[in-house]
Design a protein around this ligand. Structure first.
Ligand code: BTN
Length: 238
């Protein structure tokens, strides 16, 4: 844990936004948390519902520009999923950036890359539903929390530390080019071996996730890698 420098705020617009606005002051492994985000956001500029029951944080990294960095979303999801799995069963990773429990979303990840020459300043935003007892009616059938799954409240700081420590272990492997975590990413994926509908609307079969974090899919007898931002599990396919 020692390498992380954690700044805690009671309220922020968004921890990702805070980091983007303070980019020049950040060091690698800086972490910003907010007890409440007023304007937390996810991919596609969607709102991220947030209150004191959620864990919301951003982690800052700086890396050489490289397409293998694409695996960091999966590594983050794996770290979150590992921690959630300590508390409840049936946690999985839904490519590219969600963690599910019993097929409902419990956590979301939003990575924002700021490219400066050959360097990427990477902001890894993570939101985990921890002690939420209910959700807005617009998402209640799709969202869950650790409390709803276990019936017990959990200290958000404990979860944060567990996620950061777990992430660090996988990140060190990534730096050393040790890809043993890929097996775990694959085995805990909720999409490998399933038919999914891509954001663009076509239905494909997911064969694998590669070491750059891309989906390897089959469509009409052809195999290709997919880097899009969103997929949904296709109904009526096994
Ligand atoms: C998604 O599901 O699309 C990703 C959601 C990411 C939410 C987190 S909460 C901490 C960080 N700050 C934000 O504004 N967003 C991310």
């Amino acid at each position: 844990m020692n390498s992380f420098r954690i700044a805690k705020f009671k309220r922020l617009d968004s921890t990702n936004k805070y980091m983007k606005e303070n980019l020049d002051k950040l060091s690698v492994f800086d972490v910003v948390t907010a007890d409440v985000q007023i304007n937390g956001y996810g991919r596609m500029q969607r709102n991220w519902f947030d209150n004191t029951d959620n864990l919301s944080f951003s982690l800052f990294l700086e890396l050489p520009l490289n397409e293998r960095n694409g695996i960091l979303t999966q590594i983050t999801a794996l770290a979150v999923m590992d921690v959630i799995s300590k508390y409840t069963k049936n946690a999985s990773i839904k490519w590219p950036n969600d963690c599910l429990v019993n097929e409902k979303k419990i956590a979301g990840i939003l990575i924002e890359n700021i490219i400066q020459g050959n360097v990427v300043k990477m902001i890894i935003g993570v939101g985990v539903n921890i002690n939420n007892r209910q959700f807005d009616s617009s998402i209640e059938d799709k969202a869950t929390s650790l409390f709803l799954e276990t019936g017990t409240t959990v200290d958000k700081d404990v979860i944060l530390k567990e996620i950061l420590t777990t992430f660090k272990g996988y990140f060190n492997q990534f730096i050393e080019n040790d890809l043993t975590f890929m097996e775990r990413i694959r085995s805990r994926s909720s999409v490998i071996g399933k038919f999914v509908t891509l954001f663009e609307g076509n239905t494909v079969y997911v064969k694998d996730i590669d070491s750059m974090g891309r989906l390897i899919v089959w469509e009409d007898g052809k195999e290709y890698s997919y880097v899009g931002s969103e997929i949904s599990l296709t109904k009526n396919y096994k």
